[in-house]
Design a protein around this ligand. Structure first.
Ligand code: PMV
Length: 351
């Protein structure tokens, strides 16, 4: 099944420095639970962000003993280097030259370092793109489509959700009969002609409720789905949710979109609470914000809603170019006070 990604045995390496940039993404139907080799337990769909990005430069020193040195915003990160070393060893069959040199990798995120915004998707996305640039130089060019697909395949092996960050717009990862060409091995763009205009111009304002390390990592969280008694039902539900999602995206039905997206976010966190051992990543501020959003919607009927990542931050979603005054004032006066240091990262999804 993965043979199309096996690397070419003939290559000529040379010392090179390449740079790439990759955005983060936010899932609408969530991936939570996986099988061996980063195969997702259910399909997922996400929006790729425009501003939250990782910029990476990769220096490859050909012929030196294999080693990896990483710098995040100028500071050496030994733990990250160990992770990347392991990752490179793991993908050697797809890039046979990969262990034939030394790497110095410098990365910078455009979003605050301690914001709690996941950097693994944009981080592995950028690394996979750098690797494909080197591969093009060492083994000969392949088409842009093939190169992107292989970058998505490689990013998945670093961090599952990273495979969706390689493309702009609404992106699907995981096989579902609702989306032609979808695969467990790499992500594909959701067909543009099937997307109502209202979903092509959206905002994601991330309220930074809790900055800093999460108490339970995604890796541990995915692992706990193996013994979660609700896991199978959850995987089934996510698969089923692609049916209404497809209709909603086509027709532009905002009310149903809001209901489905919020349900997905709360289900993700419900799964965490039903794990053994249980864990909760939401904070008091997360719950206060959710309740205030619901009250606001009840009172105004305006399309302001939320999704959550595996963390305490709240992603505020609303359509259009700029927030209507009522939404902006509500966020500033009612929601910002639940963040640490008035923290909000304003991103957009435009395509
Ligand atoms: O890619 P990972 O292993 O960091 O998992 C990400 C999982 C969620 O962000 C919670 C959901 C998703 O589909 O992105």
């Amino acid at each position: 099944m993965t043979t199309q990604f096996i690397g070419k045995p003939d290559f000529t390496i040379s010392t090179q420095t390449v740079s790439e940039s990759c955005p983060s993404n936010i899932a609408l139907i969530k991936y939570w639970g996986k099988y061996a080799d980063q195969i997702p337990a259910n399909p997922s769909i996400s929006y790729t962000l425009n501003h939250c990005k990782t910029n990476t430069s990769m220096e490859f020193i050909a012929g030196e003993t294999f080693s990896v040195q990483t710098f995040l915003a100028g500071n050496e990160e030994v733990k990250f280097a160990e992770k990347i070393e392991k990752y490179f060893r793991n993908i050697e069959q797809y890039l046979p030259w990969i262990l034939q040199g030394k790497y110095i990798i410098r990365t910078e995120n455009t979003f605050p370092h301690s914001s709690g915004i996941a950097s693994s998707a944009s981080g592995f996305g950028a690394i996979a793109k750098c690797l494909m640039k080197l591969d093009d130089t060492f083994t000969g060019k392949i088409s842009e489509d093939e190169s992107l697909r292989k970058a998505s395949f490689l990013a998945r092996l670093g961090s599952g959700s990273a495979c969706r960050s390689l493309y702009n717009g609404l992106i699907v990862w995981g096989e579902t009969e609702e989306v032609e060409g979808s695969s467990d091995l790499f992500a594909v763009p959701y067909p543009d002609t099937e997307i109502h205009e209202v979903f092509k111009n959206f905002n994601d304002w991330v309220l930074l409720i809790h900055e800093g390390q999460k108490s339970v990592s995604s890796t541990v969280g995915h692992g706990l789905m193996k013994t979660n008694p609700y896991a199978e039902r959850r995987f089934q539900e996510a698969r089923e949710n692609f049916v209404p999602m497809k209709e909603i995206l086509k027709t532009g039905d905002m009310d149903r979109f809001i209901k489905l997206v919020e349900h997905e976010a709360l289900t993700l966190h419900a799964m965490m609470m039903m794990s053994e051992p249980a864990f909760i990543l939401m904070k008091t501020g997360t719950l206060e914000v959710i309740n205030k959003i619901w009250d606001f919607r009840r009172e105004t009927g305006l399309p302001l809603f939320f999704t959550l990542d595996a963390g305490a931050n709240v992603h505020l979603l609303f359509p259009g170019d700029d927030p209507e005054d009522q939404i902006r004032v509500f966020i500033e006066t009612e929601l910002l006070r639940h963040t640490q240091k008035n923290g909000v990262v304003k991103d957009v999804m435009r395509f």
